[in-house]
Design a protein around this ligand. Structure first.
Ligand code: URA
Ligand code: SF4
Length: 214
């Protein structure tokens, strides 16, 4: 199955999912959107009012701000994949609960596997927690670290930053540094790929095995 087909299949499963309480109050599930071969995946928290109406991520006020932050970093919204840790809206935008996060994580895991992004940008503490359990966002915001063969960058949530002037200044500064971080990640991953290729080419060729017919 192609990555695109896998993502479509996951979206279909999510739309009828009843694995946690959030399905009871959702209008439209929000599986996520973007190119199946995206280099960068953005992971937020969960759908809010507008997302629940439209079935699309980050289409409200926070989404508008996110688009601005991305543009400031030279990224087009259409070039990145955008999704959330929970695919159905928590009532009154409350925090997602541990059992809801756990139930929905299998979809996110499959999405990450299908897209196989080089870089993941987490928005807010719930998606940060998936990659850096126990970390404090106030300590690691704006920072990049390697998780497996990808780079993960933790950002504050744009919705939180929208209404807190101090946080807004911080998130703007963090996104302003994003192009530099992307460059470092691309260089490191390019070098790792080149090294793997060189090692492969340096390895002695295996003798083709003769088929024994008799
Ligand atoms: N906030 C999120 O975390 N995700 C959305 O999709 C919209 C707002
Ligand atoms: Fe299923 Fe996730 Fe929606 Fe819960 S939030 S019902 S696990 S799709």
């Amino acid at each position: 199955m192609s990555a695109e087909e896998t993502l479509a299949q996951i979206a279909g499963e999510v739309s009828v999912c009843t694995n946690c309480e959030l399905h009871k109050t959702r209008k439209k599930s929000v599986p996520g959107v973007g190119p199946a071969n995206a280099e960068i995946m953005l992971i937020g928290e969960g759908p809010g009012f507008n997302e629940n109406e439209q079935g699309l991520p980050f289409v409200g006020q926070a989404g508008k701000f996110l688009s601005e932050l991305l543009a400031q970093a030279g990224l087009q919204r259409e070039d990145v994949w955008i999704g959330n840790v929970v695919k159905c809206r928590p009532p009154n935008n409350r925090d997602p609960l541990p059992d809801e996060l756990a139930a929905c994580d299998k979809y996110l895991e499959r999405q990450i596997e299908a897209i196989d992004p080089s870089i993941i940008i987490t928005l807010g503490r719930f998606s940060m927690g998936k990659f850096s359990p126990g970390a404090k966002i106030s300590a690691i915001h704006g920072q990049m670290r390697k998780v497996g063969n990808r780079f993960v960058i933790s950002m504050f949530h744009p919705a939180a930053a929208l209404h807190q002037p101090q946080l807004k200044t911080t998130i703007l500064a963090d996104f302003a540094k994003l192009p530099q971080l992307l460059e470092v990640a691309r260089r490191e991953l390019g070098r790792a790929a080149a090294e793997a290729k060189a090692a492969y080419e340096a390895a002695p060729e295996e003798e083709p095995k003769q088929l024994k017919l008799f």
